[in-house]
Design a binder for this molecule. Structure first.
Ligand SMILES: *[C@@H]1O[C@H](CO)[C@@H](O)[C@H](O)[C@H]1NC(C)=O
Ligand SMILES: *[C@@H]1O[C@H](CO)[C@@H](O)[C@H](O)[C@H]1NC(C)=O
Ligand SMILES: *[C@@H]1O[C@H](CO)[C@@H](O)[C@H](O)[C@H]1NC(C)=O
Length: 406
């Protein structure tokens, strides 16, 4: 299953992959961009993330285990449209000052592709967020063009997401509204709004023809001026639309790390409400919010102390009043902790009851995290081709979406 998906994903990403590799040559790997087809009599072999090569023989059959159909109906009642998991790795090395070493990125590659395939086929999930740093995509050169090689490597993950059958593949620029400590459009020596908009225009032009690709303008802004931030966000939205991405979802976040709980109190809602499409409408401009359930909303403790019912009710009512929608693109808890198995499920029940204004939720996180990570939603591949999810994904992230929570 893994290798089949990888082949599909690579085939979709660029014409070069249609070429045939030479005998015993490389045919796969997380950062490999060359030909993926092997000569007659050979097949692409190897489970190594970094290197797969052509070897004599025929590919072993992929797993024949029975699979559920990809689209599962909720058992009863209402539900949000989208649910899934963050596939992290290209954002590794970023801290909250927006300092990200372009070389710290850790492409999830075939592992991420396999996880997404599993989440869609086995869990009925349909939305993935694909964090990546700004520095990685421009190879560390502020104001520079998008680096074709780095984009091609990141694009393998985007194409794997699309090939998985997901309905939403979100590009998330994981920079906290900053470049190396300076707030975009606000600090001396920071990127200008024009530089940020030009960067988004290039990305949007590449993915404008695919409505499954959503543009997450920025991860978790914080400690900035809301009024000025709204100007930056407007510049990005205008650039994305002008680049031809006229109908893709654009996800716009407020301050306090995109906190859903402080979106209204801290003025993000008021500041971001006017952000609009070039034609003056607000179609598919979606508020991007995050919410954890631990004592300080930081997502660093395994215990969950709240179900956030009040938060999502208050925000949901405000969204209804303003006829707008929001997407919860980070949430989660300890993967086996009973307090989270209760509270995260209840949070999603509240969101399901507001499914007219909440598009969905995306859990944090799978991808290249170690399964021992405090908020791990990393599934474990089994020898027979099946996967084992953490209880939090089974019960809440997927369970509250497909009606299997019990
Ligand atoms: C934010 O910036 C605007 C425009 O420069 C300014 O008028 C306002 O006072 C600033 N707000 C704060 C809280 O500093
Ligand atoms: C943000 O909102 C919280 C309450 O949700 C409040 O305690 C805090 O003072 C606010 N901060 C700012 C800067 O407005
Ligand atoms: C969330 O917790 C509150 C307080 O414990 C409770 O009243 C409410 O019913 C819970 N919400 C859901 C959806 O279970």
């Amino acid at each position: 299953m893994k290798s089949t998906l990888l082949t599909l994903a690579l085939a979709a990403s660029s014409a070069v992959h249609a070429q045939t590799q030479t005998s015993y040559g490389q045919c796969g790997g997380n950062t490999y961009l060359g030909p993926t087809a092997c000569p007659t009599g050979q097949y692409c072999s190897g489970a190594n993330d970094y290197y797969q090569g052509c070897v004599p023989g025929t590919a072993p059959p992929t797993s024949t285990r029975p699979r559920p159909t990809a689209t599962r109906a909720p058992a009863s009642g209402k539900r949000v449209k989208f649910a899934g998991v963050n596939i992290a790795g290209f954002d590794f090395g970023c801290d909250t000052t927006g300092t990200c070493g372009a070389s710290s990125a850790y492409p999830p590659g075939a592992k991420g592709a396999g996880q997404m395939d599993h989440f869609v086929l086995d869990d009925g999930l349909n939305a993935f967020r694909l964090p990546v740093s700004w520095q990685y995509l421009v190879d560390g050169v502020l104001g520079g063009p998008i680096n074709a090689n780095n984009l091609a490597i990141y694009d393998k993950l985007v194409q794997a997401c699309i090939a998985s059958g997901a309905a939403i593949c979100e590009i998330d620029i994981h920079n906290y509204a900053r470049w190396n400590g300076k707030v975009i459009g606000q600090d001396a020596g920071a990127p200008t709004n024009a530089q940020f908009a030009a960067f988004w225009a290039s990305l949007a032009a590449k993915y404008a023809n695919n409505d499954k690709v959503a543009f997450g303008v920025m991860n978790e802004p914080h400690d900035l001026n809301n009024t000025l931030w709204a100007v930056t966000v407007q510049a990005a939205v205008t650039a994305i639309r002008a680049a031809g991405a006229t109908t893709n979802y654009v996800l716009i976040p407020g301050t306090n790390y995109a906190s859903a709980g402080q979106f209204l109190d801290n003025g993000s809602g008021a500041a971001l409400l006017p952000v609009h499409n070039p034609d003056g409408t607000f179609t598919n401009i979606i508020f991007d919010v995050h919410k954890y359930l631990d004592s300080d909303n930081s997502g660093t403790h395994p215990q969950c102390v709240t179900n956030n019912s009040a938060v999502f009710t208050t925000l949901g009512n405000w969204l209804r009043t303003h006829k707008r929608q929001a997407f919860l693109t980070e949430t989660g808890g300890g993967p086996t902790d009973p307090t989270c198995l209760t509270n995260l499920c209840q949070q999603f029940e509240t969101m399901n009851s507001y499914n007219d204004v909440y598009l969905g939720w995306i859990g944090w996180a799978a991808g290249n995290f170690d399964p021992s990570y405090v908020l791990s939603e990393v599934p474990t591949p089994n020898a027979d081709g099946s996967w084992t999810d953490v209880p939090l994904v089974t019960k809440c992230v997927a369970g509250e979406f497909n009606g299997d929570s019990s």
